[in-house]
Design a protein around this ligand. Structure first.
Ligand code: MLT
Length: 205
């Protein structure tokens, strides 16, 4: 997969896996990585699917209606890519924190739902429930931060709460953060994610 890898100063930090929104690319979220942890290695990936020229991480049939077969195929493809990247760049495969926005948050949630060992945790900005009706793996020990907008036309409030409860029932530690805004990624929610990360990963450093 097309990507950027930046080796961090502190190899004990998780590798930050950046996953952009629809129409974005691997450059978009690089500034976020620095705000979450400027010592960590960064792996930023471009989605392999094109929708009218816009990169995405999996196909959709309509807005908010996912092509489940492609979602599963692309989730496995990304998981395999993480295996290869960890070998190539020599980072700890068991210590990857995904940071995704919108479509990127959805594929990150799909990694958590389908592959128990894909991620150690995730920051999900405006995610949806990627898939329903399947049994989730035991996510004990995984930390997840979800930020959502109370007026998000793409992700209704019920969707964010459903994802929170799905992951919590699978024993993940989940924090749900609300903004009185829409689907846009705000500086306030990135700051909230950074504070959550410091408490969850760096012991409040
Ligand atoms: C998706 O297709 O993943 C969601 O609708 C969010 C987006 O617009 O990318």
């Amino acid at each position: 997969m097309k990507h950027i890898y930046q080796k961090g100063k502190d190899p004990s930090r998780p590798t930050l896996l950046l996953l952009h929104g629809t129409g974005g690319n691997e450059l978009d979220l690089l500034p976020l990585a620095g705000m979450i942890d400027d010592q960590a290695s960064v792996l930023s990936v471009r989605g392999n699917v094109l929708e009218n020229g816009m990169p995405r991480f999996f196909r959709r049939l309509a807005e908010g209606v996912f092509d489940i077969e492609d979602l599963i195929f692309r989730t496995n493809e990304l998981n395999d890519f993480l295996d290869e990247a960890a070998q190539k760049y020599e980072f700890d495969r068991h210590s990857i924190l995904a940071i995704g926005y919108s479509n990127g948050a959805n594929i990150a949630a799909s990694l958590l739902i389908h592959h128990q060992n894909a991620l150690s945790g995730a920051i999900l900005h405006h995610p949806m429930v990627p898939r329903r009706g399947i049994e989730l793996p035991d996510l004990t020990g995984k930390s997840v931060f979800i930020s959502a907008g109370t007026n998000d036309p793409i992700c209704p409030q019920t969707e964010s709460m459903e994802l929170e409860s799905l992951l919590t029932r699978a024993h993940a530690q989940v924090e749900l953060y609300w903004e009185n805004r829409g689907h846009q990624l705000t500086i306030e929610e990135v700051n909230a994610a950074a504070a959550w990360y410091k408490a969850a990963y760096l012991g409040g450093e």
